[in-house]
Structures are given as C-alpha cells and as structure tokens.
Design a protein around this ligand. Structure first.
Ligand code: PEP
Length: 254
C-alpha cells in the first residue's frame, strides 16, 4: 500500500499563490519522491486549475478537492459537482472533514451520501472521521468512530475499494491546535479503525489506507508515520508552505 501524504489548503491561497506553492513543491521533490508514496494537494476550488497546471508531468502528485455536492447537476446554488472536479483534473475528494461537520453542520448521513456518490463518479474518496475532546473524555471514542464509519461504508459493494477509498482519522481536538495525539492514542484509534474496516469491508478493509491528521509537522512526521496502521497523513497548517510540506512528504519512520 502506498503512503499518502495529503495537504488540505482549506480557505487559503489565491490561484497564483496556490500555483506557485505547488510548483515549488514539485521543484523541491522533483524526482526524489520515493515510489512508495503519493503527495495529494487539496486547494480551494478557485485554485484547482492553477494547481492542476503546476502538477502537469509531476509523477506521484495527485490533485484533490475539499468538497462537492452529491448530485450530477441542478439547482444547488453555490455548490460544485463531481463532474466539475473531474473536469479540472481532480481524482480525489475529501468528505466529512471536521470543519464541515462541526462548523458547517454536516451529519453522518450527508457525509455518507458524498462518499458513495463520489466513489460512483470515479473519484477516490478520503473519509475523515474523529472525535471531539468531550466525546473522548466521556468514553465515546469507539462509538463515534463506529457511527461515522458504518454510516458511510455499510453495504458498500464496489470493487477495488482499497485503491479508491482512504480513511483519515483526525481527532478534532488535535486539528489546528498544535496538540498532537500521543503515539499510543493514535495506535489505539487506528487499530480500532482497521478492525471496523475489516468488518465493514471484508474484501478490502485490510488494505484501505488509514491516514492520521492533527497538527502533523516536519518534526513529528517520523514518529507518526512509524505507528502501526498509519498509512499516511492529512496535513493542514504545516502543508501550506512548500518547504515544510516537502519535509513531511519525505518523512520516514523513526
Ligand atoms: C486538517 O485540517 O485536516 C488538519 C489536520 O489540520 P492541522 O494539520 O493544521 O492540524
């Protein structure tokens, strides 16, 4: 399974800034990017074209989108559909990021619709899951992860899911806060996610990559990537600068 090193640029960067950062990252990594990994750049919609241009002929790089509405087309003012993303060179999209769940009010059912619709349209999907501090402190970690995973994945019958679906475990309290979960907490949560995946997806669950997200930086990537069942990372803040994202992308286990 390839390591997936993904940078979510959220609502940052104009198209020229995004294009420049992507081009710089390609320049730094060049042909050094090991074959065992891919780098996913996930800019805002308005910068997809510029980043797509910068990634032309950059092996190992993938263009992703932060969101879409699960419909082909129609009266959905302000929304973007999967066909529009594919048309821009995107091959992957996020669903269920904690900011969409907790700031924009998306629930498990809506996230599930996006995962299923995106997969049907041919996008690879990163399903983001994770608990709030209050849920963790009240002993609900496994219940929350179970509900998020099972709503999105129960009964999914698609073939080759291991190359089309990724999970990102991102404890909400570790996102953008500088607080990194302890290695044993990450190992425990990822082991639970792996167990759930093998139950929910008997054919592919063992091979679906599980990424960790939450204040990943150049100075903690080596430790995080060495934890069992961590198959990559989803990075916010530290992925905004090319130099720092390049260090993360090249990270090897301690
Ligand atoms: C994220 O937004 O998915 C994230 C992990 O952010 P940060 O790396 O800034 O914590």
């Amino acid at each position: 399974m390839k390591l997936c090193m993904a940078a979510n640029w959220k609502m940052h960067k104009t198209q020229s800034q995004a294009g420049e950062t992507a081009a710089e990252l390609v320049r730094i990594l060049g042909s050094n990017l090991p074959q065992d990994r891919e780098v996913v750049l996930i800019p805002p919609f308005t910068a997809l074209h510029a980043v797509s241009q910068a990634l032309t002929s950059a092996p190992g790089f993938v263009l992703g989108a932060q969101n879409f509405y699960p419909a082909d087309q129609g009266a959905f003012t302000g929304e973007i559909g999967p066909d529009m993303l594919l048309d821009h060179g995107c091959s992957l999209a996020l669903a269920g990021h904690s900011e969409r769940r907790h700031v924009l009010g998306e629930d498990n059912e809506f996230v599930a619709q996006k995962v299923r619709f995106g997969l049907d349209k041919g996008l690879r999907m990163i399903l983001c899951i994770g608990e709030t501090l209050q849920q963790r402190d009240s002993g609900q970690l496994e219940t929350v992860l179970h509900d998020q995973l099972s709503t999105a994945l129960s009964g999914l019958q698609l073939s080759n899911l291991e190359s089309r679906l990724l999970i990102a475990y991102e404890p909400v309290w570790a996102i953008g806060t500088g607080k990194v979960a302890q290695p044993e907490d990450i190992a425990q949560a990822h082991a639970y996610v792996r167990k759930e995946l093998t139950t929910l997806l008997p054919q592919s669950g063992q091979s679906v990559p599980i990424l960790y997200g939450g204040s990943v930086k150049p100075d903690n990537i080596a430790q995080i990537i060495g934890i069992d069942n961590v198959n990559g990372v989803l990075v916010g803040g530290a992925g905004l600068e090319a130099e720092s994202m390049a260090q993360i992308a090249m990270g090897t286990a301690q």
